[in-house]
Design a protein. Structure first.
Length: 119
């Protein structure tokens, strides 16, 4: 299991544990609102995965265009979430979440370079 997958697994595990605790209330939460928040929360994780898949499928994508692609994908994922759940997040929030995905990927790349190859 690579470091990237371990960190991604850890992030999903932390979200799976702490999100239900954060939303524990006396009354059950509205499912559509919870889904909208989950989609928004997971957008910075979903976008790098989509960009990674696009890089694998279309290997001739210039690396200069990847942040622009990630921003557009952030908007697209957020708007799909709005259509599915009836949320109220705008285009700017989607763009910022897509850029957050770029930042997350860069942090993981820096951690991978710092640790070096496994021996």
């Amino acid at each position: 299991m690579t470091l990237y997958r371990k960190l991604l697994f850890l992030a999903v595990l932390v979200l799976a544990v702490f999100v239900p605790i954060a939303y524990a209330q006396a009354a059950p939460p509205d499912p559509s609102q919870t889904a909208a928040q989950a989609i928004t929360l997971l957008t910075p994780v979903i976008v790098p995965i989509i960009v990674w898949g696009a890089k694998k499928v279309l290997s001739n994508i210039p690396s200069m265009l990847l942040p622009i692609l990630a921003t557009a994908l952030g908007v697209a994922v957020t708007q799909v979430g709005v259509l599915i759940t009836g949320g109220h997040y705008g285009l700017i929030a989607g763009a910022l979440l897509g850029l957050g995905g770029v930042g997350l990927r860069e942090v993981l790349d820096q951690v991978k370079k710092t640790i070096g190859p496994a021996q």
